[in-house]
Design a protein. Structure first.
Length: 487
């Protein structure tokens, strides 16, 4: 694995990967002489991806690299000058532009829910405004794919899941970073060699149908592959006739390998009735003396198909999932947003709230944190509480929480402990958090998911996990709502 510090030198400068209105708003703040006023923004999503009510947070490492490298080059400024929108004083400001603020975020792999701040930015408003687009681009994509991967892995019920979608991803970045997110979400590895070179792990893959077709016979192709890779021989058996020739020819080669002192890895099925074929293949392999040979399946799989195959008794050990994972086919976007929560006016920070006729689009004001509450006996997650930053919880006393919409729904918790989910990532513009890396984030996500009851992780119609507001935040929100003039 390449050293992360070495990779800093080849980071792309994504400063100009922004919507024009971020720059026009920055210019407006600059002309109003309010560009250095502090502001607080939250990154959150309002609804889960597809059928999911939860998400697996991913993309923070790339956000950190983006912020670290945030600056306008001379070429950038020359291009902006051609737009005839900004004056030279603004360009002088952009020449020295750097992020000097504070960012708190949840660690990658954290299980998260709607309306919770995944990232909290506190910075001069021009800086905080600029980073919205790129930050959402990174977080929305990787969190979406990590969540899809989590659903697929949950359906596999402990079976290995391999991400195979590079050729169908929407471009190189989606393939590289989508594979990274899929591993964080639970996949064992990926076929994408560049992803593992960049972020660690070992890629997976064997051969395609074209390998078989390039030889005069299937048996000859299998023997040639086994000769080259005797320690890791996994043969694709459905090029011509899965049960009539593919599996029998694989067994012949496996016997030859065993005579040479090697044990085969197994076979792969890529078409046909995977439930029936895998059951028959398992029977044939077992009867031939290869009960440890694995059966890998691919062919446009997703969590629903995997669940159905398992219910039909499929004998599949490893699942290769491609297009429907890397594109999150049933849900093309997460829909995360970046909303102003407080702004400096007349030397004081003032909470801000966005009003909408749609209740679910009304934002939560102020500088906030997220606390996860765990049952002291089972160590399972009970609820998340969004609180104002200065608030605290005394775990020696009972805690009453309530639904922020249906406020009559209340519960009092006695035996519990808590964890704050947002951790400091940047302070005074300096990175203070070291990303643990892709594989460590995968393990963190696995452990975090284990703290939730299965009812919350059901792929369809899951139980709704409680995400409540503290009494003080609830009161602040409704105070601001009451001060709003409706027309």
């Amino acid at each position: 694995m390449r050293n992360r510090k070495e990779r800093k030198t080849d980071m792309r400068n994504l400063t100009m990967m922004t919507d024009l209105y971020q720059l026009t708003m920055m210019y407006g703040y600059f002309r109003e002489k309010t560009h250095e006023n502090m502001a607080v923004y939250d990154v959150f999503f309002r609804k889960g991806a597809g059928e999911s009510k939860y998400a697996v947070f991913a993309g923070l490492e790339q956000v950190m690299e983006y912020i670290d490298n945030l600056h306008f080059s001379a070429e950038d400024i020359d291009y902006l000058r051609t737009l005839n929108l900004f004056d030279e004083d603004f360009f002088a400001y952009l020449r020295d532009f750097r992020f000097t603020g504070e960012i708190y975020a949840m660690p990658e792999g954290t299980v998260v829910f709607p309306y919770e701040p995944l990232i909290r930015v506190r910075a001069p408003i021009a800086q905080a405004q600029l980073i919205e687009t790129a930050m959402l681009n990174i977080i929305n994509h990787q969190t979406l794919i990590a969540t899809k991967a989590s659903r697929v892995c949950h359906a596999a019920e402990g079976g290995a899941v391999l991400e195979f979608g590079l050729r169908r991803a929407q471009g190189p970045d989606a393939g590289i970073y989508g594979a990274r997110a899929a591993i964080i979400g639970g996949c064992n590895t990926t076929s994408n060699v560049l992803t593992t070179q960049m972020f660690g792990g070992v890629p997976a893959g064997t051969h395609a149908h074209s390998w078989i077709m390039s030889f005069d016979s299937e048996l000859q192709a299998f023997r040639a592959y086994a000769e080259v890779f005797p320690d890791s021989c996994l043969l694709l058996v459905d090029t011509y006739d899965t049960l009539g020739s593919g599996v029998p020819n694989a067994i012949t080669v496996f016997r030859e390998l065993r005579e040479k002192g090697y044990e085969p890895m197994g076979i792969r099925l890529d078409s046909g009735d995977l439930a029936y074929l895998s059951r028959m293949a398992r029977k044939m392999l077992d009867e031939a003396g290869f009960p440890d040979a694995k059966i890998c399946a691919s062919s446009d799989l997703d969590e629903a198909i995997i669940r159905d195959l398992r219910n039909q008794g499929a004998c599949i050990d490893t699942w290769g999932v491609g297009t429907k994972l890397i594109t999150s086919e049933n849900c093309p976007a997460l829909g995360g947003v970046y909303k102003l929560a407080a702004v400096e006016r007349h030397g004081k920070m003032q909470p801000r709230i966005k009003i909408s006729e749609n209740f679910w689009k009304i934002t939560n004001p102020g500088l906030k944190k997220v606390v996860r509450i765990y049952d002291g006996s089972t160590h399972k997650s009970i609820a998340d509480l969004i609180m104002l930053e200065h608030e605290s919880i005394d775990t020696q006393h009972p805690l009453t929480i309530f639904d922020p919409v249906e406020t009559w729904k209340r519960m009092t918790i006695t035996n519990y402990y808590i964890k704050e989910l947002l951790v400091p990532v940047f302070q005074d513009g300096k990175q203070v958090y070291q990303s643990p890396g892709m594989m460590a984030s995968r393990e963190y996500a696995k452990q975090d998911l284990e703290t939730f009851w299965d009812e919350y992780k059901r792929p369809y119609r899951p139980h709704i996990y409680k995400v409540d507001l503290s009494q003080e935040l609830f009161d602040l929100k409704h105070e601001l709502l009451s001060q709003t003039t409706w027309h």
